[in-house]
Design a protein around this ligand. Structure first.
Ligand SMILES: [Fe+2]
Length: 362
């Protein structure tokens, strides 16, 4: 059941685009992490293909080839934690509109590389969103061009394929995926205030939504199938972030280099269904997943939302089956307390839903 709008008659409320959002975010600018050992994080991310761009006493910045001055910010802290992310908006007026939302900061000068102005927000699940405007871009970094492939046309004559055996150059930060307990309120906050459009929603057999893949509303300009995805979990947590590479050989070479350097593989290589990316997932030293990908779908604002049943088989067109470890929550006493609290508090979280998900994904 993977055709678009395959389940039009479902009665359950699905995440939907808002007719007049507060602003329309334009770009995923950066992610924000806390790490007890920023240098160890940088070692993983450098092997993964990012480049350290700025370094301060307790803050480390990494970038991709794209002209964004940084796309990954690490603050030294006692515990490893994902704090949130930055979204670029279109104007100072957009920042003024966001500054009027409940819990928003006033408009502030940005102290990070590239400068500009920002408004800090908290989403209903407690993730930080830094809405930024006026950041000064950096010079793009060079990267190898996509390989010339001898497919139907055979354009490569008297020449071989020898991509360098080195960490694959990351072109840009692509998307971030989070799990939340307050699923509907969190999805609705991003569609209402930041203009996200659900590209595809995955649902349980009873129709209740479990994952929303959401894209930016860039009008007629194409946007990644998803820049943000929100999954129903039992607590707010980071699922993974994804980074675009130049071609499938870069994804494959990334796997070779990451393996040889001893990093922990999570899942891949395969091709997703929703978003169509060729993917490969790696875990950082704290078990947080980072995805290499290429060849993702691009949609303009006109495409309607698709609805599909969720299952492990619905995650990839080909490639190894998604391992059970991929979706296994980190079990601890603190997390168990959060589970019990969220089962009581969240209107979206029920024991039945959790059992269905656990049966489905092991
Ligand atoms: Fe992804």
């Amino acid at each position: 059941m993977n055709s678009r709008n395959a389940l039009p008659l479902l009665a359950t409320r699905q995440p939907a685009r808002h007719p007049a959002p507060t602003v329309k975010a334009q770009r995923l600018a950066h992610l924000i992490f806390e790490r007890p050992d920023p240098d160890e994080a940088a070692r993983f991310l450098s092997d993964f293909g990012l480049t350290v761009s700025h370094r301060e006493a307790d803050t480390l910045y990494l970038r991709a080839a794209a002209p964004s001055p940084y796309c990954y910010r690490i603050h030294r802290a006692a515990q490893a934690r994902f704090l949130g992310f930055g979204l670029e908006v279109r104007s100072l007026d957009d920042l003024k509109r966001l500054a009027r939302l409940s819990g928003a900061s006033s408009i502030e000068e940005i102290v990070h590389p590239g400068g500009g102005k920002q408004v800090r927000l908290l989403d209903p699940s407690g993730f930080r969103v830094e809405a930024i405007y006026g950041q000064t871009p950096s010079e793009p970094l060079p990267h190898r061009p996509a390989l010339l492939l001898n497919l139907a046309e055979h354009p490569r004559i008297n020449s071989t394929q020898r991509p360098p055996v080195a960490p694959p150059e990351v072109l840009r930060l692509g998307h971030v995926v989070m799990e939340v307990a307050e699923y509907q309120a969190t999805c609705a906050w991003y569609t209402r205030h930041l203009g996200f459009i659900p590209s595809d929603v995955q649902v349980l057999p009873d129709g209740s939504p479990i994952v929303a893949f959401m894209r930016l509303d860039l009008g007629d300009a194409p946007a990644d199938h998803h820049t943000l995805a929100i999954a129903q979990g039992f607590m707010a947590s980071y699922s993974h972030s994804a980074y675009e590479l130049v071609d499938a050989d870069a994804v494959g070479m990334g796997q070779r280099v990451m393996r040889e350097r001893g990093w922990h593989h999570a899942w891949g290589i395969g091709r997703h269904i929703l978003g169509s990316q060729i993917f490969d997932y790696w875990q950082d030293p704290w078990g947080d997943k980072h995805e290499h990908y290429c060849d993702g779908d691009l949609f303009t604002a006109v495409l309607p939302t698709g609805v599909h049943f969720v299952s492990p088989e619905a995650m990839a067109q080909w490639g190894p089956r998604m391992p059970k470890s991929f979706t296994k929550p980190k079990l601890s006493l603190a997390n168990l307390r959060k589970l019990i609290r969220n089962l009581r508090r969240s209107p979206d979280l029920t024991l039945r839903k959790l059992v269905t998900l656990m049966r489905m994904f092991g």
